[in-house]
Design a protein around this ligand. Sequence first.
Ligand code: FES
Length: 111
Amino acid sequence: MICRLASIKDVKQGSWYEYSLQTDNGLFSVMLRFDNGVYHGFENSCPHQGRRMDYAAGEFLISETGTIVCPAHGAEFNPNNGLCVNGPCLGESLKPVQVKVNEKDIFAIIE
Ligand code: FES
């Protein structure tokens, strides 16, 4: 299923965004990051216990080294590939979401 996440307006380099999509299986939350011309998409669900990665809607904890930090128990993830590099789920990864972009919109491909 391809879902439209948003229209591209002023996406900022290195920032994280959250989009919730209504799917046939219920609400699906996508974390999106734009970095050097590439969009990285992940399910908004920590592999440790499945908690959301944003501490408030669309608000994420970023460490001084740039890792994204789960607010529940502090697992840290590489922002480019979602690999847990520190914390209770070390070696596990955020589940990637394939992202497609055209001239004005961002889409997520949800399996
Ligand atoms: S649920 Fe994310 S570290 Fe525990």
